[in-house]
Design a protein around this ligand. Structure first.
Ligand code: AMP
Length: 530
């Protein structure tokens, strides 16, 4: 600040993490790493490869894959319009010109400009700078036709009347205004849509099928935050795409989740499974369910949410947790009794395959997925210590999804594990990591000892020990106190005497005992102890 401008000090804003997001701190992050490392190891033994995906995608992708009517897409996505390219923005202005003259030379000059704009827009569209929406495709195609007609006119091949010219030019102006130059993008609310997009885009249908992929990372949904529910949360997601829909694939995917949870010693794991039929048998069941729910004596006993769902998505009524609705739901028709023969056979075989793998499950006829492309197997894992948000993994078969996104007909099944909840449950049952202390705290004093301490720290770290080397000299008493606070197991004491003798003092902080070692002996001793 320059002299004399004694400004009133502004109190700086105290920034906080955005509601529903949080920092993951050490030592908890050690548990996150252990969970993710275990996922990498277990999934690799089942032949899954890791895929890393963008955090944001075209909003349309999620609208298609997750469904425009779902809460996730209609209410919970973080969406924004990307910034249009400045060059393309200028083209929009060129297209949206003012027509002043139909004189041939003027038209020729204009046609020349329009041709350049068109060819650039087409190139930009190929490169993905212009969003490849259906409206843009249509507009670019029409623009090509209109400009072609103007070229014909100015070359004298097919003359247009002034009225026709005016109409064509107005149509071009309209297209200029309508072109969408900026993509609407969203932070991903889930990973399945992106995995399917990547499968199609990278031509993975050419690989040996099925392709088994997994991914770990943050997802974003604008939900009401509470314990176990965040706006940025993490999922461990796996998908099997292509090949057959053999029941053994469903069972093996479920077995993989169970193996992963077992390895982590997750407590109170409960697996629920169900079959929700296919596009042949489910509509019949939904019709029946809807008819039942619409009976006045039933409808009037349902809450407003369920009443609304009778129309929008009757299957979701089965999801309801409202206490008063439970006795009514229990008496509703069950899908198991309405599966077509193929679905019933598939479901029976999935159960048999699970039994052969020693995976315990509970059949839960109310476990549904509200989206059309979900079919047959659905499953959910719950775990202890999570209160009302106790689902740690949800999954199911979705044979129609890849096709819905413009790919070939492709079988698919997958799951998403809620990593935040998995971690919470592990912590609740005492499986969290203990405070991570240093192995060795180096208490040094004196110029010569400083150089030795730096070398000792380098060697100990190379051997894999966690070492704290204080940046400035401290009195030994203070250094030992500091070592204690950091939970160090040992203090390596380096003073002038130690350096001169070549014998280093190692103090065990738990019992206060100490002994002297030569440098190589010290390493051997520590390796044996730690
Ligand atoms: P879904 O993608 O909705 O099937 O969810 C799969 C799993 O992700 C759930 O079983 C939860 O464990 C977890 N999950 C979903 N939404 C959230 C959220 N807002 N916060 C934390 N975990 C979530």
């Amino acid at each position: 600040m320059s002299e004399g401008t004694a400004k009133k000090e502004e109190k700086p804003r105290k920034f906080q993490a955005i509601r529903g997001t949080r920092d993951l701190l050490p030592p908890e992050t050690a548990l996150w790493n252990r969970v993710e490392q275990t996922a990498h190891e277990v999934f690799a033994t089942f032949g899954f490869g890791e895929i890393r995906l963008p955090i944001f995608e075209a909003t349309d992708l999620f609208a298609r894959a997750v469904g425009g009517d779902t809460d996730i897409v209609s209410k919970e996505m973080y969406s924004f319009e990307d910034r249009p390219d400045a060059r393309l923005e200028r083209y929009k202005h060129i297209l949206d010109f003012e027509t002043t003259s139909f004189e041939m030379n003027a038209i020729r000059a204009q046609v020349h400009d329009l041709q350049i704009v068109l060819s650039d827009l087409r190139a930009a569209s190929r490169q993905g700078d212009v969003p490849d929406t259906t409206a843009n495709q249509r507009n670019l195609e029409n623009l090509g036709i209109l400009i072609g007609e103007l070229v014909g006119h100015s070359a004298g091949e097919k003359r247009l009347s002034e009225a026709d010219l005016a109409r064509k030019l107005a149509a071009i102006q309209r297209i200029g205004r309508d072109l969408e130059l900026a993509e609407r993008v969203s932070l991903r609310p889930e990973a399945t849509a992106s995995v399917c997009r990547a499968y199609i885009e990278n031509g993975m249908q050419q690989l040996p099928q099925p392709v088994k992929l997994y991914t770990i990372g943050p997802m974003f949904r604008r939900e009401r935050p509470q314990k176990g529910r965040y706006r940025q949360f993490y999922q461990i997601d796996a998908e099997v795409l292509g090949g057959s829909d053999a029941p053994a694939i469903d069972a093996e995917v479920i077995e993989m989740v169970m193996t992963f949870f077992d390895r982590l010693e997750l407590q109170g794991v409960q697996l629920d499974i169900n079959s929700i039929g296919c596009k042949d048998c489910r509509p019949e069941y939904v019709k029946l369910l809807k008819a039942e729910l619409s009976k006045p004596e039933i409808m009037e006993r349902l809450g407003p949410d369920s009443q609304r769902r009778i129309e929008t998505n009757p299957l979701r009524v089965l999801d309801s947790k409202v206490k008063e609705e439970q006795p009514i739901i229990e008496k509703l028709p069950r899908i198991a009794n309405h599966l077509c023969e193929e679905c019933a056979t598939h479901y029976a075989a999935v159960k048999h395959e699970l039994e052969m793998r020693g995976v315990f499950f509970r059949e839960n006829w109310r476990l549904v997925r509200g989206l059309d492309y979900y079919m047959r197997t659905t499953f959910e894992f719950t775990a202890q210590g999570l209160g009302s948000q106790n689902a740690v993994c949800g999954g199911g078969r979705y044979d129609g999804l890849v096709e819905l996104l413009g790919g070939p007909p492709t079988k698919g099944i997958g799951f998403a594990i809620g990593e935040d909840r998995l971690i919470l449950s592990l912590q609740e049952s005492g499986k969290g990591p203990a405070q991570q202390g240093r192995d060795v705290y180096i208490a040094w004093m004196g110029e010569r000892a400083h150089a030795t301490a730096i070398r000792a720290a380098k060697d100990l770290r190379k051997a894999g020990f966690s070492v704290e080397l204080p940046p400035v000299e401290q009195k030994f008493g203070k250094a030992l106190g500091q070592a204690d606070k950091l939970g160090a197991k040992y203090a390596l004491i380096l003073g002038d005497n130690e350096v001169a003798e070549g014998l280093w003092t190692l103090k065990t902080l738990a019992d206060g005992s100490q002994a002297k070692y030569t440098e190589p002996d010290l390493l051997v001793h520590l390796k044996r102890q730690l």
